[in-house]
Design a protein around this ligand. Structure first.
Ligand code: NAD
Length: 258
């Protein structure tokens, strides 16, 4: 497929996991892609890496400007960089709350703020086409998960911000949507499993929590992000697309005993 031919895309947190799978897929489908990450390292060609910390406004502005210059503009922004946190509301101190909200929520704000002039220019230069923002949210925004108070609060804010941004920019031709992944098999989840007392049992429990009985793949989330970013989704804005193996929407009866 080459539906992203001529499209210029920026993906934050694009050096690993969901972001890397998204950057690769957009490039495969014809986009010119800039990856913004803490240290992008060696990226598979033709991806171009730019160092950026979404918790630092100056760093984001410089990286977005450099990416726009290298790509010749920005038509698609994927706000994907994020960090996790475990615990109940009593377990994280104020510094941890500030840190996670700074990366997960204000990171979206900073990158979008820096990219908006480029997205507006994209709309002006391509009559009839929309520009698109896709935020990586989480099932933690819509379902109560144990031991995820801070992380869930951050992703709940991303969901609300997605809707507010969609309303603010719809008349400018900029669409804003998010994906809500369940548990995805990425290096992040690999680190969580490694830290568990019994990694195999933990993986089995996380897999069983999703009605499909397995973890979501990064490629499946990337496909959903690419759909929302693509011209085919020109009438889709202000939505959250679940990519969670049915975890949010389905209520199954227990499997009958064999
Ligand atoms: P990952 O750890 O594999 O990749 C995250 C990337 O973000 C890394 O390359 C990291 O360097 C980058 N990053 C972190 N902080 C950054 C910062 N301050 N500035 C710039 N880049 C930064 O994780 P992943 O599982 O691919 O997660 C990506 C996104 O998906 C996150 O927003 C996460 O909340 C969300 N998510 C993940 C899952 C899951 O189960 N893995 C589920 C739902 C949502």
């Amino acid at each position: 497929m080459s539906d992203f031919q001529g499209v210029r895309a920026v993906v934050t947190g694009g050096a690993s996991g969901i972001g890397l799978a998204t950057a690769r897929l957009l490039a495969e489908r014809g986009a010119a892609v800039a990856v913004l990450d803490l240290s992008p390292g060696e990226l598979p060609p033709p991806l171009r890496g730019f160092t950026a910390d979404v918790a630092d406004d100056g760093s984001v502005r410089a990286a977005v400007a450099a990416a726009a210059e290298a790509l010749g503009g920005i038509d698609v922004l994927v706000n994907n960089a994020g960090i996790g946190a475990a615990g109940t509301v009593a377990d994280n101190d104020d510094a941890q709350w500030h840190r996670v909200l700074d990366v997960n929520v204000l990171g979206v704000v900073r990158t979008t703020r820096a990219a908006l002039p480029h997205l507006r220019a994209s709309v002006r230069s391509r009559p009839g086409a929309t520009a698109a923002i896709v935020n990586t949210c989480s099932i933690a925004a819509t379902a109560g998960l144990p031991q995820r108070a801070l992380y869930s609060a951050s992703k709940g804010a991303v969901l609300a911000l997605t809707l507010a941004m969609a309303a603010d920019h719809v008349r400018e031709g900029i669409r804003v949507n998010c994906v809500n992944p369940g548990t995805v098999d990425t290096p992040w989840v690999g680190r969580l499993l490694d830290a568990a007392d019994d990694p195999a049992a933990e993986r089995a429990a996380l897999s069983a929590r999703q009605p499909t009985g397995r973890l979501v793949s990064a490629e499946e989330v990337a496909a959903a992000i690419a759909h929302l970013a693509s011209p085919a989704a020109g009438s889709t804005t202000g939505t959250a697309l679940a990519v969670d193996g049915g975890m949010q929407g389905l209520r199954l009866r227990p499997e009958p005993a064999a």
